[in-house]
Design a binder for this molecule. Structure first.
Ligand code: AMP
Ligand code: MG
Length: 412
């Protein structure tokens, strides 16, 4: 049986990075840049004022104070968007507003609050220091500088930066369409009547949600029964997608027909079975360049297998550089024994006690139990050969948090 790390490597080796598309920056949130973005001009484009006040030559107001004010002559104004065109000479001042361009000859801005007016004279009551309150041309971004890089995820600050640099449109990586097929004679969909012996098909929905959560597009192929004809026709339907996911029917049971039917529609099998719990019966292969994941049917096995193999694959397709969840160190809150001979991924919650991050199992770890998945902040990574684990042992936890949890308290 393949160790999980090797299986992950084998998957990622087969994954192509998708092509580019050009989209508006307001549609680009969460997308991945397919181009480096360099500045065509300086930002700010010219030296400008950070304050409302007067621009002057520093030598004219050096060491000014309210006891010994300096007087300069007002010769014009430079509001934002309408620069003063002349050159400021010795003994002169130009009224300037925040964002106004610093005129030729001026080197310092004195704040309005530190001045008084006497007719056309500006009385300066202190010395703010040479070059005070001036935002230097290019201090944010220099012309020619690469500001955003291929592979960067576009968040609100990147959208703002793209706008600042004058880009309305941007090249990003395409998003894969991911076909999802649930398999099993016992499954009923949400719009079908439930009866004893049936199981509500939840995998289509949880997997579609995981696909969406990655930023990719799910395409539901519905439910196939456990017969080759139905499987074959629904799998063929999935060939229009960029990735195919199936769930169920990959174990060794009499009705586990998915692996063989996938091979029949053209899949080259790369591996079957991974030394992990939950999730052992995973099958992975390719149809042409199209990755195909035969996930186990148990709801939690399917989701955890998605996390380990499908998510990094989809992120790679979309041009992401960092493909894996953060790894956290935590202290076990209780004893844990694992004994399958495989690597256990134990659903756990994380909490702080006396400033120490602790990990605690979220309850029954059955491959079918979704509740412990709902409660999980992460997955403890526990190798069987190191078992038993004792309360107080340090363990590694794969974080499943999409974002840092919100705080109930305001910060102020
Ligand atoms: P299988 O791998 O097909 O033997 O399925 C393993 C277990 O997962 C069985 O108990 C199935 O009923 C259950 N299962 C399979 N597919 C789904 C699904 N789409 N939604 C919910 N449970 C499922
Ligand atoms: Mg089945």
């Amino acid at each position: 049986m393949l160790p999980i790390g090797e299986a992950q490597k084998k998957v990622l080796e087969e994954i192509p990075v998708l092509g580019q598309e050009r989209i508006h920056i307001l549609e680009a949130l969460g997308r991945v840049l397919a181009q480096d973005v360099a500045a065509v001009r300086n930002v700010p484009a010219a030296d400008n004022s950070a304050m409302d006040g007067y621009c002057v030559r520093h030598e004219d107001i050096a060491e000014a104070s309210s006891a010994k004010p300096a007087r300069v002559k007002l010769v014009g104004e430079s509001p934002a968007g309408k620069p003063f065109t002349g050159t400021l000479e010795r003994g002169q001042a130009v009224r300037i507003m925040t964002g106004g361009i610093i005129p030729e000859g001026a080197d310092t801005v004195i704040m309005l609050e530190d001045t008084e007016r006497q007719g056309n004279l500006v009385v300066c009551l202190n010395d703010p220091g040479a070059n005070a309150h001036i935002r230097i041309k290019g201090e944010d971004v220099m012309a020619g500088e690469v500001v955003l890089k291929q592979g960067d995820v576009i968040r609100p600050p990147e959208v703002g930066m793209l706008a600042t640099l004058g880009h309305a449109y941007v090249y990003v990586r395409q998003r894969p369409v991911v076909a999802i097929l649930s398999t099993g004679d016992e499954l009923v969909d949400l719009d079908e009547p439930f009866s004893m012996g049936k199981v509500v098909c939840s995998n289509t929905y949880s997997l579609a949600a995981q696909v969406l959560d990655c930023g990719a597009t799910p395409l539901s192929l519905g439910i196939a029964s456990d017969n080759i004809e139905d499987l074959r026709s629904k799998l063929k339907d999935g060939l229009r997608a960029d990735v195919i996911l199936t769930s169920g029917g990959v174990s060794v049971g009499k009705y586990d027909l998915v692996k063989d039917t996938l091979a029949e529609v053209g899949m080259k099998i790369k591996f079957w079975k991974v030394a992990m719990k939950p999730g052992k019966p995973l099958v992975f292969g390719t149809i042409g360049v199209k990755p195909v994941f035969g996930l186990p049917g148990n709801p939690t096995s399917a989701m955890i297998s998605f996390e380990q193999f499908v998510r990094p694959a989809l992120l790679k397709m979309m041009g992401r550089v960092n493909l894996f969840r953060p790894l956290i160190e935590a202290v076990l809150a209780h004893d844990v024994k694992v004994s399958s001979g495989r690597l256990h991924l134990v659903r756990c919650s994380l909490f702080e006690k006396d400033g120490i991050k602790m990990a605690m199992s979220t309850g029954t770890q059955s491959s079918g139990a979704l509740r412990s998945m709902v409660l999980a902040d992460g997955l403890m990574i526990l190798p069987s050969e190191e078992s038993p684990f004792k309360a107080g042992d340090r363990v590694k936890v794969q974080s499943l948090h999409r974002e840092t949890p919100l705080s109930p308290e305001s910060h102020y």
